[in-house]
Design a protein around this ligand. Sequence first.
Ligand code: FAD
Length: 232
Amino acid sequence: MNNVAEILHRDGVVLNLGTAVNEVHSAHVLLSDGSTIKTHCVIWRAGLKGAVVASVAGLPQARGGRINVQHDLSVEGFPGVYALGDFANIAGTDGDALPQLGSVAQHSGRWAAKNILAEIEGQRRTVFRYHDEGIMAMIGKNAAIAEIGEHRHKLEGVVAYSMWLGVHLALLTSPQVKIETFIDWVCDYFSCARGPKLLDRSDAARINWRDDDTDTWSRRQRKHWLARAEPR
Ligand SMILES: Cc1cc2nc3c(=O)[nH]c(=O)nc-3n(C[C@H](O)[C@H](O)[C@H](O)COP(=O)(O)OP(=O)(O)OC[C@H]3O[C@@H](n4cnc5c(N)ncnc54)[C@H](O)[C@@H]3O)c2cc1C
């Protein structure tokens, strides 16, 4: 985590840990510690919600609009109905819901198919067991973190970065896509060209910060942030 924080800090990201966003307004965001961040642009990237169909299907909804499932992935009180992947709250071995991840979705999908076939053949459904192979996240060039296997062996830096690339390459469907992706990655890695920019900060100086008097973000912090956000 420290390594991730360092890398993000190096790239100009200000981390605000242990603080929730309470309210989003047109010109500021109110945080749970009472402080505000003045902004006209908020990108919300937290939390996944069950698809709309969950709310109209009459199934029992739980956290995040997701459907609570039994240990065999079927929905209690609805014979023959299964919920899985991001759509479901699937309890892990510790009782907490499993995270909304591709691996959980794939694994639960295969398991539900197995249970449906068992039902058709008049056999017993089996309890879903998620085989947790770990998690990994890419942060930037040569920077990633990974927790591998049951004992969550931690890896970071170039090793985790290479592993992330390897795993994602292996998960691609066809050999042709794998080869094309590999060539793209190699070109990107050795090229200094930056990809298309989603953020153009050339107009940052024109943002109206005048009503910032109560802002807890100091002018110095903002200046620093704007300097980091300038195209290099
Ligand atoms: C930005 C982002 C990055 C992510 N990165 C990772 C990652 O690095 N690693 C990882 O493991 N997971 C990652 N995830 C999570 C992962 O993508 C999901 O957990 C996974 O895709 C869930 O699979 P699913 O089949 O349950 O749902 P989905 O993949 O969302 O599939 C549901 C499908 O149902 C369709 N659908 C919805 N409503 C209806 C309807 N009414 N009728 C018909 N079709 C409908 C949708 O269009 C969609 O195609 C990421 C998710 C996001 C959003």
